[in-house]
Design a protein around this ligand. Structure first.
Ligand SMILES: CSC[C@@H](O)[C@@H](O)C(=O)COP(=O)(O)O
Ligand SMILES: [Zn+2]
Length: 205
């Protein structure tokens, strides 16, 4: 648990430095060796976490230390339950990811194709490929989001990430380093796509 606390504090500072964790948004978790999970306490500023802002929950999301876990804990636990190899889950709130999902209100997914950066995703070895990041509508009912997204994540070829419309990005990996790489790569590709759209609009192409 000590290592997990330190890793989560560090990742919060990094994500906040990127501008992807404003105003207490975002939440982070890690699988623990004892079958429980370390998760951020709800409502804390993720760039200013201390180790007291990381708590543990069991596989049903019950607090094990009297603190209040992230409001989105159920989404983290659904990923750990679906993917036994996953060791860390990150949730970012970047303006790019939120802007993209709001710019395409009817989109069910966003296609990333031809980017060299796709190779940052586990198992991808060439830019000559495409990955669709699923988009699910936002809800304050985590069970609703979970039910809408889980079957899509279990489909063949699904990436280790999804977008919640008008809300943010979830990404995960076998460990914290891999989860960070997934989030950073997808956030970067989304920003590149938005920049490209701006150029096209500006040049009339
Ligand atoms: C402050 S807006 C963001 C929250 O509503 C929520 O989406 C979020 O990401 C953080 O919630 P939290 O309960 O702190 O984990
Ligand atoms: Zn959120």
């Amino acid at each position: 648990m000590l290592d997990a606390r330190a890793a989560i504090v560090t990742v919060g500072r990094w994500l906040d430095g990127k501008g992807w964790a404003p105003a207490t948004s975002g939440n982070y978790s890690m699988r623990l060796d004892n079958g429980n999970f370390a998760v951020t306490v709800s409502g804390r500023h993720k760039g200013r976490l201390t180790e007291n802002d990381i708590m543990s929950v069991d596989a049903d999301g019950r607090s094990l230390d009297g603190k209040k876990p992230s409001a989105e804990t159920a989404l983290h636990l659904a990923l750990y339950s679906s993917f036994p190899d996953v060791g860390a889950v990150l949730h970012s709130h970047s303006p790019a990811a939120v802007g993209l999902t709001r710019a395409f209100p009817g989109a069910y997914g966003y296609l990333l194709a031809g980017h060299e950066m796709l190779k940052a995703l586990p198992g991808v070895t060439t830019h000559e490929t495409e990955v669709t990041i699923p988009i699910v509508d936002n809800s304050q009912d985590m069970a609703e989001i979970e039910a809408a997204i889980t079957p899509r994540l279990l489909a063949a070829g699904a990436p280790p990430a999804y977008l919640i419309r008008g809300h943010g990005l979830y990404g995960w990996g076998r460990d914290m380093v891999e989860a960070e790489r997934v989030i950073e790569a997808i956030e970067w590709m989304i920003a590149a796509e938005l920049a490209e759209m701006g150029f096209r609009e500006g040049s009339g192409r």
